[in-house]
Design a protein around this ligand. Structure first.
Ligand code: 1HN
Length: 349
C-alpha cells in the first residue's frame, strides 16, 4: 500500500469491491491517495474580478430587482474552479452587494458570520445588536453569528460593499439556521458609536466578561486602520513577504475579530517586490489603494483600486506595486489555527 499509488485492480478485487459496494462499503486502498494528499490539492483557482465591470452589472441588477425583493441584492463572486457552489474559496463565500439610496435590506439573522468591506459609496448604514453604524470606504464591519442585521442607505449615492461569509464552513457542519424579523428593520436601542466607545479605545468596561469569540466592536473604520499603517511606515520595517500587515482583532482576547474568518490590512510601498509566500488559508484580497500585480501560481493578475482577487491554498504568491498600495484580505486562517493545521512557507526572491 502507498499514499500515492493505487494497487492493481484484478478481476477478483473488482468483483469484491462491487459486492461490498452494494452494502455501502468502500476499500480504503482504492481512495486513500485521493483523500490524504501529500500537499493541499484544491479545485479553487486564482482569479481576479475587475471592480469597474462588477459595478456596471450591479447597477444593472439594481434596475432589475429591489433590495427588498432580493432580500440581499448581491452578485456572488464564484470561484471559476467551484462554479455552482456559491464559494470564492473552498471554505468561504464572497459577494458584492448594492444598496441604492432609500433602500432597506430587511432584518434577518443566521448561523453564518459575515464581514463587510466597503468599496464604493459612503453613508449607508448597517444595524447589529440594536446599534446602527455608518459605513464608509474601507470600513471593515462584522455581523456575529445569529445577530439580527439590516442595512439601509439614506445617502444620495449607490453603496457597494463586499460581503464575506463562512457559508461553506457552516454547510460542511450542517449547522445552518436562519430567520427573518417581523419588521423590516430592527429596533435601534443604542447610540451609534456605543460599542466603539466601550471596546474600541484600548479599554474595556471594568467588569466586562468575555461572552463569545466574536469581537464586541462591529465597525473598524478605515480612517483609523489606514492611519496606523501610515505611522508605522516611518520605521521602515517592511516584511519581505507582506510589507506592513496588520490583523483585525477582538480587543477582548487579542484573537481575530471573528471565530471563523481572519481579516487583514496591509500597506505595500511603491516599487515593492515581495518575496514568495504561501499558506494553507486561501485568501481573498481587495485592493483599496494603488496599482500593482500579484503573481499567483505563476500567473500574473494586474489590479487597481477596488479589484478583488483570490489566492488558493498553498499557491505561491508575490506582490508587485507601482504606487503605494493597500490590500485588505480575509481567509479562514483563524479556523485552521484553532483546529491545528494552518501552515505557511516563505521563500527567497
Ligand atoms: C447576508 O445576510 C448578507 O446580511 C449578505 O448583507 C450576503 C449571503 C448569503 C447569506 C446571507 C447581508 C449573504 C447573506
Amino acid at each position: 500500500m502507498s499514499l500515492t499509488e493505487k494497487p492493481a485492480q484484478t478481476p477478483e478485487r473488482l468483483a469484491f469491491y462491487e459486492k461490498i459496494g452494494r452494502a455501502a462499503y468502500t476499500p480504503l486502498w482504492e481512495v486513500l491517495s485521493d483523500i490524504i494528499t501529500p500537499e493541499p490539492k484544491s479545485d479553487c483557482v486564482a482569479h481576479l474580478w475587475q471592480f469597474s465591470q462588477a459595478r456596471e452589472w450591479l447597477l444593472e441588477a439594481g434596475n432589475l430587482i429591489s433590495a427588498r425583493e432580493a432580500e440581499r441584492r448581491v452578485l456572488i463572486l464564484e470561484n471559476p474552479g467551484l462554479r455552482g457552489q456559491s464559494k470564492i474559496t473552498t471554505s468561504l463565500y464572497a459577494g458584492l452587494q448594492l444598496v441604492l439610496p432609500g433602500e432597506i435590506a430587511p432584518a434577518h439573522r443566521h448561523s453564518q458570520s459575515a464581514l463587510r468591506f466597503v468599496v464604493d459609496g459612503a453613508g449607508a448604514h448597517t444595524s447589529v445588536n440594536g446599534e446602527r453604524t455608518n459605513m464608509n470606504f474601507g470600513d471593515f464591519v462584522i455581523t456575529p453569528p445569529w445577530a439580527w442585521h439590516d442595512h439601509g442607505n439614506h445617502s444620495e449615492e449607490p453603496m457597494i460593499w463586499m460581503d464575506g461569509l463562512d457559508i461553506p464552513m457552516v454547510s460542511f457542519f450542517d449547522a445552518s439556521f436562519a430567520a427573518g424579523l417581523d419588521s423590516e428593520e430592527q429596533a435601534v436601542t443604542r447610540h451609534s458609536g456605543d460599542s466603539f466607545a466601550r471596546y474600541g479605545t484600548n479599554m474595556l468596561p471594568v467588569d466586562y466578561q468575555q461572552q463569545d469569540l466574536v469581537s464586541p466592536i462591529f465597525n473598524y473604520p478605515y480612517s483609523r486602520s489606514r492611519e496606523a499603517l501610515e505611522v508605522m511606515r516611518r520605521e521602515q520595517d517592511w516584511d519581505p513577504c507582506h510589507g506592513l500587515k496588520m490583523r483585525y482583532i477582538n480587543p477582548v482576547d487579542g484573537q481575530f475579530a471573528m471565530p471563523t474568518i481572519s481579516a487583514f490590512l496591509q500597506l505595500l510601498p511603491a516599487e515593492f517586490r515581495s518575496n514568495p509566500y504561501r499558506s494553507t488559508d486561501a485568501s481573498v484580497f481587495v485592493a483599496t489603494e494603488g496599482h500593482g500585480r500579484s503573481i499567483i501560481a505563476g500567473q500574473s493578475f494586474e489590479w487597481g483600486p477596488k479589484d478583488i482577487f483570490v489566492v488558493p491554498s498553498w499557491a505561491w504568491v508575490t506582490h508587485e506595486t507601482d504606487a503605494d498600495a493597500v490590500l485588505f484580505s480575509f481567509s479562514d486562517r483563524t479556523a485552521q489555527l484553532k483546529l491545528g493545521y494552518w501552515r505557511e512557507q516563505r521563500a527567497q526572491a
